[in-house]
Design a protein around this ligand. Structure first.
Ligand code: G6P
Length: 615
């Protein structure tokens, strides 16, 4: 989850590392640190706890630091609390080797014991700190820093990626990966090199990168990069173009990125439609999408996997794949799927959803599917990610950069892409006739307008948020396509306002959650006018009868809901398939406004990170 960045070249390393860390802060904001090999040829380290702004302030007191190679780190704590001692980069006993690390060294305890027995002294409680000490130890047996790093990395268990600088080899950065989490990309400049865990830190400097894969190393000097595997075999790595969509946006007139991104959804959905839907011809196509008619015909099952909001999109996708494409479908948490003994039948398509393309559990689930030779597609917001490289087939969700840690527009764009894909499959398999296809596509054409119309009623949600912000617990209920939305609404509220909330399929309510209901527990019902509305009304009445304050999200035309609910948020009437996309908006806004009233750190909620690169 941590962000790592490195620079070597003629410029002052700090001028590249600090803006690079700004781009990586969404990876973690528990602490930040940089190390540069300075002109006196020693390593200078500056670290602070908390957000990057603290490091920037601290650096103002160290204006004399001048170094032309260095590494930086922004931390999401895994081992060891948020303290200065535990902030990265970490060093060996002689303070000649510095390491910035992303991942978890799963066998760190035994390695630490071993190192302590031969006299190494540790200053932190992190798993990371064993890495520079292990390199130092290996250097007793070899003169080559590169070989010592290769030996060290080979001994690490789990998914790990590191950047190393050392006074022993000035001007060089050595990058290495072990296991399958934590990207490293290397960008070439004019006699300078940039390296980072994420492309946004590199994109201002170069338009092409090379990616390091698992069990590989890069020996980076200002003028060249040599690639090898951990056994020493030289490698050639291809260059990849970086997309310009990776440029970081600003907040504009919005107070938070989350609110800006909520408001961007109608535009983002139009982008998702672009070059895929012909509203005139009533056709959906995915240009340059390599899936043959024969492969589509032979599909017997679809498995959708993801984590967090992407999982909730996957859950909605299951229903669409069955209802629209007529293909049996199931969903799973990537973290469960990767360890389950799933039976892979011929004709199974695994659809992974990951807006970042870097979520460790989702990558592992995809690798498992690949091992079993399952056909794969990944839905992601960024090209060039590890997820795309594993799946070899990308359906971009086209949301544009999302900076707020809580997913908003990437959620609705993932949903929209999935829905288009289900129609595409339905048509190709002969499940949808011309009339039905044409009616589904006509409904889709209304979606951005419906969303814009809804967003103009935001003031109402602000008022309702004032009434509800003081409750300590919430229960979100939905049925059918809206059950995953209940999960998503509860997740948003938890993430940004730190209020405890649960999302449940409404039918489960009587099997436990109902015992929690009293007047201190609001129930948020997602009740658009669809075939399950009456069932939902009964469940909300049952909640009301037990004292709950009921907040309903209901269709504009519904005339019954006010008899059951204390407060009603009206959403535009939409075809039932599209309700989850429209209903996402009030759920996001409710979480946003409640968090705002409570004074929470909305774009960077505590303990969270936008891309979760450890399990
Ligand atoms: C983190 C983020 C969530 C996101 C989830 C999955 O938990 O905070 O917003 O939904 O990861 O991320 P992915 O990039 O795989 O969609």
């Amino acid at each position: 989850m941590c962000g790592i960045v490195g620079y070597t070249g003629p410029r002052s390393a700090l001028d590249i590392l600090v803006p690079g860390l700004e781009k990586l802060e969404y990876r973690g904001y528990d602490s930040a640190g940089i190390c540069v090999v300075d002109v006196t040829e020693s390593i200078q380290t500056i670290k602070t706890t908390g957000k990057l702004s603290g490091l920037k302030e601290e650096l103002k007191r160290h204006t004399s630091i001048k170094g032309y190679s260095g590494i930086g780190h922004t931390r999401w704590a895994t081992h060891g609390e948020v303290t200065l001692e535990n902030a990265h980069p970490h060093q060996d006993c002689a303070q000649e080797i510095s390491v910035a690390h992303n991942g978890i060294v799963e066998n760190y305890a035994s390695l630490k014991d071993e190192l302590q027995r031969v006299g190494h002294k540790f200053l932190s409680l992190t798993d990371t700190e064993i890495i520079p000490h292990l390199i130092e130890e290996e250097l007793k047996h070899t003169k080559s820093l590169e070989n010592a790093i290769a030996k060290t990395v080979s001994r690490l268990e789990g998914g790990n990626s590191i950047l190393v600088i050392s006074t022993l080899e000035k001007g060089r950065i050595i990058a290495a990966r072990k296991g399958n989490s934590g990207s490293i990309a290397i960008g070439t400049g004019n006699n300078e090199m940039f390296v980072a865990s994420d492309l946004p830190a590199i994109v201002p400097h170069t338009k092409t990168v090379q990616h390091l894969d698992a069990e590989e190393m890069a020996i980076i000097s200002p003028e060249k990069v040599l690639y090898r595997d951990l056994t020493g075999k030289q490698l050639e790595k291809p260059y990849t173009e970086i997309s310009s969509t990776l440029q970081s946006p600003s907040k504009g007139n919005f107070e938070h990125f989350m609110l800006k991104e909520i408001y961007e959804q109608p535009k983002a959905i139009r982008q998702t439609f672009q070059n895929r839907i012909s509203f005139d011809k009533k056709q959906i196509d995915f240009p340059n999408f390599p899936m043959t008619q024969e492969e589509i015909n032979s599909l017997k099952k679809i498995v959708l996997v993801g984590m967090g909001s992407s999982l909730h999109a996957a859950m909605v996708g299951k229903t669409w794949m069955e209802r629209v494409a007529g293909i049996p479908a199931e969903w799973d948490h990537s973290s469960e799927f990767r360890y389950r003994e799933s039976v892979f039948q011929e004709g199974t398509l695994v659809i992974s959803l990951t807006q970042s393309g870097e979520t460790a559990d989702t990558l592992a689930a995809m690798l498992k599917a690949k091992e079993h030779l399952a056909s794969q597609v990944v839905l992601s917001n960024y090209p060039g990610t590890q997820a795309e490289r594993i799946a070899e087939r990308l359906l971009p969700i086209e949301a544009g950069p999302e900076i707020g840690v809580a997913a908003t527009k990437t959620f609705t764009c993932s949903l929209t892409t999935l829905y288009l894909f289900s129609i595409f499959l339905g048509v190709k398999r002969g499940q949808l006739d011309l009339l039905k296809t044409s009616s589904l596509i006509s409904s889709l054409s209304l979606l951005p307008e419906l969303m814009t119309k809804y967003l103009s009623t935001d003031d109402q949600i602000r008022e309702i948020s004032n009434k509800y912000q003081g409750y300590p617990n919430f229960l979100f209920l939905g049925r059918g396509l809206n059950y995953p939305l209940a999960m998503e609404g509860a997740l948003k509220l938890k993430e940004v306002s730190y209020i405890h909330a649960e999302g449940y399929p409404a039918g489960e309510m009587k099997h436990g959650p109902i015992s929690l209901i009293d007047n201190s527990m609001p129930v948020v019902g997602i009740v658009p006018s669809d075939g399950l509305k009456d069932k939902m009304l009964s469940n909300l009445s049952e909640s009301k009868a037990r004292g709950a304050r009921v907040l309903a999200i209901a269709s504009e035309s519904d005339s019954q809901i006010q008899n059951v609910a204390d407060d009603v948020i009206r959403i535009p009437d939409a075809p039932s398939d599209l309700n989850p996309i429209v209903a996402a908006l009030p759920l996001q806004l409710l979480a946003y406004h409640i968090a705002h009233i409570r004074g929470c750190d909305i774009d960077q909620p505590r303990n969270l990170a936008k891309s979760v690169t450890v399990e």
